[in-house]
Design a binder for this molecule. Sequence first.
Ligand code: ZN
Length: 326
Amino acid sequence: MEEENLKYGMENEILFLDPVFTHNVWGGTRLRTEFGYEVEGNDVGECWGISAHEKGDCKVAEGKFQGEFLSKLWKEHPELFGYLNDPRFPLMVKLIDARDDLSVQVHPNNAYANEHENGSLGKTECWYVLDCEDDAAFVVGHNASDREELARMIEEGRWTEFIREIPVKKGSFVQIDPGCVHAIKGGLLVYEVEQNSDITYRVYDYGRLSGGKPRELHVQKSIDVIRVPAKPVEKCVIDASDVPRNQWNALVFCDSYRVWKLVLDGEMNFEQSQPFLLMSVLDGAGSINGVPVKKGAHLILPNGFGNVKLLGNMEIVASSVGSGSD
Ligand code: ZN
């Protein structure tokens, strides 16, 4: 019996999470119609699949920790996460259904956020395109050549000149560093991995009104933190549509996170050697150590989980903490 506990004990329990949903003016219906989540409304913008944020804290769906908030598990069971020295769960994982354009934003880095936003973290984020229309684009970067021109373009509202739009397709992967001007455009279905922070400076909102008035813009802070000149396009975007099957394919390793894509066709075995591993099933169905999973599942393989046997036909994106957390 004891041996059995060692082999199949609680250490090896998969933490499945119940997502939290947000309603947004730019949201749609695809999270319900394509992912099967039971959420009402035609304005569902985001599914927070793995989040311990105060505005959307996921609960464990089943097992020993059923009903516990992820933020509480992080504090009370550090052994599940490799005893990382971080006061809050470091990452967030979301699905985003943008029926309409999101506002153009920029995030500060950790140092700026710490100084100007009460000790908050900055934000690095990345996007993997699940689906989009033929002419889909992201805003990634800008066309100002120095900070003076940047300030002039923003203050004079020369948005079409300022904003750099880049075409993307299904399987495109985009890294958004702090200081990078960015926006998700309408028609895109996106998977996002990001630092657990909501410090966002809104640069431009297409002149739209919300509740009869424009949403607040953060002009001075944006001008402070935007990187000038912007990183070249080819350093921001990769095509991850066609990757070798049955292996973890690295999409990005940075200070904040590591992200991999897996296309499973049949069987794959690996050892969970990260402090903890976040996984989302983005297509298909199968099993993890015999436990059935399908499209829309978000889960955590905790520290010391050991050997993992994946079976089925699935597309999975996994992530863990970055080199800044070692
Ligand atoms: Zn952002």
